[in-house]
Design a binder for this molecule. Structure first.
Ligand code: IMP
Ligand code: MG
Length: 179
């Protein structure tokens, strides 16, 4: 697996430190509030698991799974919900946890969808942000790292469902795509 990575972009130690910083910030920002953390399957799972243990206030967490229709230049931005929340959000401050904001289409859809359920507030935390690729006007409220326009894997992020279990974020060798 490691031999398919051309470069480690964010190592394990750097991830851990940044996640702790974001957790501290969230602890301060949401103190005294009813916090509902919503992870987006599957990529956000490692980030969510580490992040919640750095948030030192009571919280609940739940998950949604979505799939995007279309791709590339013709992507319609239509997103289908594969798994919805088990809980309601009206009495909660909702924090969406995502692995990466790329075109922004997924988060734009999710934000609009959840806003219609009237949470007390609605914010987004993402581990990675690739602003060069944005197609719609959306930006995360909290972001771990802004990265260049490279396809990255690890720490939850996949190529063809693989590499999610790498403990760091790395850039895939082109030969992996070319196969
Ligand atoms: P968006 O709707 O284009 O913002 O896409 C967000 C989703 O695309 C993420 O949740 C990832 O699943 C996937 N994605 C975007 N960029 C990458 C990447 O560099 N590596 C792995 N997955 C990515
Ligand atoms: Mg993916």
């Amino acid at each position: 697996m490691e031999e398919m990575i051309s470069k480690v972009l964010i190592d394990q130690d750097t991830l851990k430190k940044r996640v702790a910083e974001i957790g501290e910030q969230l602890t301060n920002d949401y103190r005294g509030k009813e916090l509902l953390v919503i992870g987006i399957f599957k990529g956000a799972v490692p980030f969510l698991a580490d992040l919640i243990r750095e948030i030192k206030i009571p919280l609940r967490y739940d998950f949604m799974a979505v799939s995007s229709y279309g791709s590339g230049a013709v992507s319609s931005g239509a997103v289908r919900i594969l798994k919805d929340l088990d809980t309601t959000v009206e009495d909660s401050h909702v924090l969406i946890v995502e692995d990466i904001v790329d075109t922004g289409l997924t988060l734009k859809y999710l934000k609009e969808n959840l806003a219609r359920r009237h949470p007390l507030s609605l914010k987004i935390v993402t581990l990675l942000d690739k602003p060069d690729r944005r197609k719609v006007d959306i930006s995360p409220d909290y972001n771990g790292f802004t990265i260049p326009n490279e396809f990255v894997v690890g720490y939850g992020l996949d190529y063809d469902e693989k590499f999610r279990n790498l403990p760091y974020v790395g850039i895939l060798k082109p030969e992996v795509y070319e196969k």
